[in-house]
Design a protein around this ligand. Structure first.
Ligand code: SAM
Length: 301
């Protein structure tokens, strides 16, 4: 497969991503982020966001996602950025290809402020589906907090495997009787307790930690689409803000890791990956996307 660009560990291919994917080695990528075609039917200056009807689109993605799973390392993660048109279909497809246990979260990214939708709720978010290849082994760089957080390690409702009686140093809590369950496995609960990371309040377990919890609603100003921030000088249609990709790459990969984006567009992923000292493999079927990205990569010192 011919490379279109290969410098500073950033490799770009100008071809159909399915052809590239079939030629990539298995277990070679740490993190995939793809801002896929939403299938809006819109024809942009730079590309046509029209795959076909939903069945056809899902089938089109199926071939590609099977390959994405194959090329992902065993401890790798994948993020698919889509919107309300396809997100539920993609969720089912991802469950089928990866397994429901590999689903980690659905991130809501606010893309716009008020847009003037009438007789409906203003559609202001898109969706990023987050899966890992192995739910027992994946990269997630947590953020340390200055202050201690104390959060409940239980919730209401009985779950057979998580509502057993637990002996906390002589205090026996019968979760089944309380109609509650603990949020981690019993083994993990006891490990945390022995490690002094669990405190009992009113005989119920709370986790003590110095980790910031990061929510799945991403709605800060820097995450908004460029046009919503009145930043109009884009060189390619529909760019994602760097802040979105930066958060994903920083959290779910480490320096030196290999990032891939098979729907590269104007190169946001490549720019962020290079700035964060990650290697990259990218693909776009449109030559202009590759050229715009190369120009941006060259501008980075
Ligand atoms: C939504 S845009 C990506 C925008 C990008 N995230 C950015 O920040 O600029 C999707 C891109 O996928 C590309 N694309 C569509 N079908 C493709 C295919 N089969 N193989 C490779 N690229 C494809 C389009 O040319 C388009 O540039």
């Amino acid at each position: 497969m011919d490379k279109y660009y290969d410098e500073d560990n950033q490799i770009i291919y100008n071809c159909d991503n399915l052809d590239l994917l079939k030629n990539l080695k298995s277990n070679s990528i740490d993190l995939i982020y793809c801002d896929i075609l939403y299938n809006t039917g819109k024809v942009f200056d730079d590309y046509n966001d029209n795959i076909g009807d939903t069945d056809y689109a899902v089938n089109w993605y199926k071939k590609r996602i099977i390959e994405m799973k194959r090329v992902l390392k065993d401890n790798g993660s994948i993020f698919l950025h889509c919107n309300w048109r396809l997100d539920s279909y993609m969720r089912i497809l991802m469950d089928e290809i990866f397994s429901p246990s590999c689903f980690r979260n659905r991130i809501y990214r606010r893309h716009s402020k008020e847009r003037g939708f009438y007789r409906n709720f203003d559609s202001q978010v898109d969706i990023i589906l987050y899966y890992v290849k192995d739910p027992a082994n994946f990269t997630f760089n947590e953020i340390k907090s200055e202050t201690e957080k104390v959060t409940p390690l239980f919730e209401n409702g009985y779950i057979k495997e998580r509502s057993k009686s637990v002996n906390f140093n002589g205090t026996i809590v019968d979760f089944k009787k309380l109609n509650k369950h603990y949020l981690v496995s019993k083994k993990e609960l006891m490990r945390l307790y022995k490690n002094n990371e669990v405190v009992l309040i009113d005989n119920l377990p709370y986790r003590r930690s110095f980790i910031e919890s990061v929510g799945n609603l991403w709605d800060s100003e820097e995450m908004l689409d460029n046009y919503s921030r009145n930043k109009v000088s884009d060189t390619y249609d529909t760019p994602k803000p760097e802040a979105v990709v930066e958060k994903i790459i920083k959290t779910c990969s480490n320096e030196g890791d290999t990032i891939a984006d098979f729907f590269l567009g104007g190169g946001t992923t490549a720019v962020v990956a290079k700035k964060l000292n990650r290697k990259g493999i990218y693909c776009d079927i449109n030559k202009k996307a590759c050229d715009v990205t190369i120009r941006k990569l060259k501008e980075i010192q």
